[in-house]
Design a protein around this ligand. Structure first.
Ligand code: PLP
Length: 452
C-alpha cells in the first residue's frame, strides 16, 4: 500500500469507516484498496489500476461489473414504484413475479418464497421458521439445529451461531443455545491414514447420527449445509456424502436446509448445488447471485410440508410475526428478475459447464507447487490450499498469514483473490472467458512465487 496522503480517500476511510472482516489496526496503518468502477471481470481502483476480480466480489457478482440491463431494470422500477413492503397482505407486482419465477426453477418442489436482504437474514429467518414450525406441531423440545464445523451461514446472531468458524464466535458470546456443529467433511484434512473417500463419507454420516442419538432425536429440528462449503475453504463434499446424510435426517424427522447462498444460480455447473450433489432439501436459502449482487436481496424457499404448518399456525395465533422492512423490495426484486432472465437467455449453466474444465485445469496445474497441499473445486469455484509441508500436510501457523501474504502479492499484480485460513479461493464472475481464466492464473502464479 502506498503512503497515505492527508485528506485522500484512503485517509478519510481510516478516519471514518469501520470495515467488516478487517484487522482495524492494520487498516489504520496500511489503508484500504478503494475501488471506483468496474467492467466485465475487472474492477478499477481510484488510481485507475485494473484488477481481475477473481472472487466476483464476495462470491456474488456473477454477471461481472457493468451489466447495463440490471442498471436499466433498477431505474425502471425506481421510477415506477421504488418501495413497497410485504406486511399485512400487501406486496408489489414485481415481487410476485420473482416469487413465481423462483418456485419455477427451485431444485426440488417448493411451495413458497420468503424474501430478505442478505444471506444472513435468510438463514436467520430459517432458524426462526424451524422453531415456529416445531412449536406449531407441539414439539417444543425439537429445537436444535445441526450445522457443520467450517460451515458459513452468515453473521447475524443466529446465522453466525450456525457458522462453524472460530472468528465468528470468539468474543461475540456465540454460538447461542440450540445450535450444534458436526464434523467438516474435508477428506484431505480429516481423512484418516488408509481411509478411502467412501469410508470417510460413511464416518462423517455415522458421526452425525451419533450426535443426533446422543442429544436425542426428539431434540433435533434441522440440519443445515452448503452444497460446497465456501468461506470455510471451498470444501467439496466427498462422493456419496449427501446420499448417506439424507436418510439419517429422514429417519429422525429432521428438516434439511440447503444454504445455496454461494452455490445457487449456476456456480457448480447446475442451477443449484443441490442438483450437483443430489440434495433434496425442505428449505433452500439463496442470495448473492440472485441479483448478481447489484442490489441486496435474498430468499428462503420452503416446501409444502413446512409451509402448511406455518400457514395453519399463523391462522391459529393470528400472525406469522416476522418480516423485514425491505423484504421483497420491488427495486431489488426487479433486478433479481432481470438477472434470472439473463441467466436463462445466456444459458448460464451451459456457459459454466463449457468453461469450468479450463478453470479446473488451470487451477490444478498448481498441484505440484511446493507450497500447495490440495487443489479442489467444482464448476467455477475452487481453492488452492497452501501448506508448510507437502508430505505431512502440516499447515502454516495462522500468525504467518500465508494466504493473506499471497493475496497481497496477487493484488499488487492486479488480481483480487480471497485468502482464507489455509488457502486461496477462486470464484470468478460466471461470464469469465477462457483467456481471462488463463490470465487470472498467470497472475496468481506470479503472486504465489513471490510468496515462495
Ligand atoms: N451463506 C453462505 C453460504 C455464504 O457464503 C454467506 C456469505 O458469504 C452467507 C450465508 C451470508 O450472506 P450475507 O453476507 O449476504 O449475509
Amino acid at each position: 500500500m502506498n503512503q497515505i496522503k492527508p485528506n485522500s480517500l484512503a485517509a478519510r476511510d481510516i478516519a471514518y469507516h469501520l470495515h467488516g472482516y478487517t484487522n482495524a489496526v492494520r487498516q489504520e496503518q496500511e489503508g484500504s484498496l478503494i475501488l471506483t468502477e468496474g467492467k466485465g471481470i475487472y474492477v478499477h481502483d481510484e488510481n485507475g489500476k485494473a484488477y481481475i476480480e477473481g472472487m466476483a466480489g464476495l462470491w456474488c457478482a456473477s454477471l461481472g461489473f457493468g451489466e447495463e440491463r440490471l442498471v436499466d431494470a433498477a431505474i425502471r422500477q425506481m421510477r415506477k414504484l421504488p418501495y413497497y413492503h410485504t406486511f399485512s397482505q400487501k406486496t408489489s407486482s414485481v415481487t410476485v413475479e420473482l416469487a413465481e419465477k423462483l418456485i419455477g426453477i427451485a431444485p426440488v418442489p417448493m411451495s413458497k418464497v420468503y424474501f430478505a436482504s442478505s444471506g444472513s437474514e435468510a438463514n436467520d429467518t430459517v432458524v426462526k421458521m424451524v422453531w415456529y414450525y416445531n412449536n406449531a406441531l407441539g414439539r417444543t423440545k425439537k429445537k436444535k439445529i445441526i450445522s457443520r464445523q467450517k460451515g458459513y451461514h452468515g453473521v447475524t446472531v443466529a446465522s453466525a451461531s450456525l457458522t462453524g468458524l472460530p472468528n465468528n464466535h470468539r468474543d461475540f458470546d456465540l454460538p447461542i443455545a440450540n445450535i450444534l456443529h458436526t464434523d467438516c467433511p474435508h477428506y484431505y484434512r480429516y481423512g484418516q491414514e488408509g481411509e478411502s473417500e467412501a469410508q470417510f463419507a460413511q464416518r462423517m454420516a455415522d458421526s452425525l447420527e451419533k450426535l443426533i442419538l446422543a442429544e436425542g432425536p426428539d431434540t433435533i429440528a434441522a440440519f443445515i449445509a452448503e452444497p460446497v462449503m465456501g468461506a470455510g475453504g471451498v470444501i467439496v463434499p466427498p462422493a456419496g456424502y449427501f446420499d448417506l446424510i439424507q436418510p439419517i435426517l429422514r429417519k429422525y424427522d429432521i428438516l434439511f436446509i440447503a444454504d445455496e447462498v454461494i452455490c445457487g444460480f449456476g456456480r457448480t455447473g447446475n442451477m443449484f448445488g443441490s442438483q450437483t450433489f443430489k440434495m433434496k432439501p425442505d428449505i433452500v436459502t439463496v442470495a448473492k447471485a440472485l441479483s448478481s449482487a447489484y442490489l441486496p436481496i435474498s430468499a428462503v424457499m420452503i416446501n409444502e410440508k413446512v409451509y402448511s404448518v406455518l400457514r395453519d399456525n399463523s391462522g391459529k395465533i393470528g400472525v406469522f410475526g416476522h418480516g423485514y422492512t425491505y423484504s421483497g423490495n420491488p427495486v431489488c426484486a426487479a433486478v433479481a428478475l432481470e438477472t434470472l432472465k439473463i441467466y436463462e437467455e445466456r444459458n448460464i449453466v451451459d456457459q459454466v459447464r463449457r468453461i469450468a474444465p479450463t478453470f479446473q485445469r488451470e487451477m490444478r496445474r498448481f498441484a505440484d507447487h511446493p507450497l500447495v497441499g490440495e487443489v479442489r473445486g467444482v464448476g467455477l469455484i475452487g481453492a488452492i490450499e497452501l501448506v508448510k509441508n507437502k508430505q505431512t500436510r502440516e499447515s502454516f501457523a495462522p500468525q504467518q498469514g500465508i494466504a493473506a501474504q499471497t493475496s497481497k502479492f496477487c493484488q499488487e499484480l492486479g488480481l483480487i483473490t480471497r485468502g482464507m485460513a489455509d488457502g486461496m479461493a477462486f470464484c470468478p464472475p460466471l461470464i469469465i472467458t477462457e483467456a481471462e481464466i488463463e490470465e487470472m492464473f498467470r497472475r496468481f502464479s506470479k503472486g504465489l512465487d513471490a510468496t515462495w
